[in-house]
Design a protein around this ligand. Structure first.
Ligand code: AMP
Ligand code: MN
Ligand code: MN
Ligand code: MN
Length: 276
């Protein structure tokens, strides 16, 4: 049984380790096939691939595209695409722009409740200033003692209805799938168990995703419970989606699940990696 991990982050987005370190750690953990899937950015792929090659670990180009659907931020994984594709690169660049301005507004909103200096504080955690995001704010809020850990930050801050949350224009579902397919990749819904969608909204979302050309869904994920795995296995069969497996590792000490340290895919699903 192959150990496949098709979802993780480096300092190119909001991970804690450089891309080469992520690949080294995956190889050390016994991962046979890895995709690095930084948010909205392909800058770590070459370094990770080079380390993967040195360790005889298969490497798949990946990205996690931020989209907005039904007023929610949803994540679509692109896997196995050509990283030089101009439309994909232009599309990702278009959603990266505006993150700094969003961060300024998040910082102003936190200042309103007496938490000051968040923009500069978060920026210190963002090795890639173009990719400043909520995780960097969360690390700063832990540093200031506002919350005890990153997970707790997202219970009281940075989420809809809470201080530090700011609406943002991400890609549309159709754009994200078009960019990924146009670059020869497979589009997969990331951690479907994480979204605040009712069962019927989720069905509508999966139907639209499939109509646009989406072909896979993360079933085994670092953010899924055992019940989520059962539910999304059922959805994969029902919609004819291939199934993916990914830790969503962001860094030691911050992520509960380490690279490759996941249950196998349930029997009878078609692994997305058969497409690579
Ligand atoms: P952004 O792209 O700036 O909106 O930031 C989204 C990132 O915040 C996600 O990729 C996660 O890394 C992190 N995040 C969001 N919600 C949570 C949560 N409940 N617990 C931990 N991290 C979260
Ligand atoms: Mn993240
Ligand atoms: Mn995600
Ligand atoms: Mn992720």
């Amino acid at each position: 049984m192959l150990n496949v991990d098709l979802h993780c982050h480096s300092t190119v987005s909001d991970g804690l380790l450089p891309a080469a370190e992520v690949a080294r750690r995956a190889a050390a953990n016994g991962v046979d096939m890895l995709a690095l899937t930084d948010h909205d950015e392909l800058g770590g792929l070459a370094a990770a691939r080079s380390v993967a090659d040195d360790h005889g670990m298969r490497f798949v180009n990946g990205v996690e595209v931020s989209i907005e659907w039904g007023g929610l931020q949803i994540h679509i994984l692109g896997l196995g695409f050509d990283a030089d594709d101009p439309s994909l690169n232009a599309g990702l660049s278009s959603i990266r722009s505006g993150r700094a301005e969003r961060a300024q507004r998040m910082s102003a909103d936190l200042a309103r409740i007496g938490i000051h200096g968040c923009f500069d504080g978060a920026m210190r955690y963002a090795e890639n200033p173009n990719l400043i995001g909520r995780s960097h704010f969360a690390r700063y809020l832990v540093e200031c003692g506002v919350s005890k850990d990153v997970r707790s930050v997202f219970e009281s801050y940075l989420v809809p209805g809470r201080p530090g949350y700011v609406e943002h224009r991400w890609a549309t579902l159709k754009d994200s799938v078009d960019w990924i397919l146009g670059a020869g990749g497979v589009a997969a819904v990331a951690h479907p168990g994480r979204y605040k969608l009712s069962r019927s909204e989720l069905r509508r979302f999966l139907g639209e995703f499939k109509d646009h050309g989406g072909r896979a869904i993360e079933v085994v994920s670092g953010s899924h419970s055992a019940d989520n795995v059962i539910l999304f296995s059922r959805f994969a069969r029902e919609y004819g989606f291939m199934a993916s497996r990914g830790s969503d590792f962001h860094g030691p000490g911050e992520s509960l699940v380490d690279l490759g340290n996941l249950a196998p895919l349930p029997e009878g699903l078609i692994p997305v990696w058969e497409a690579f």
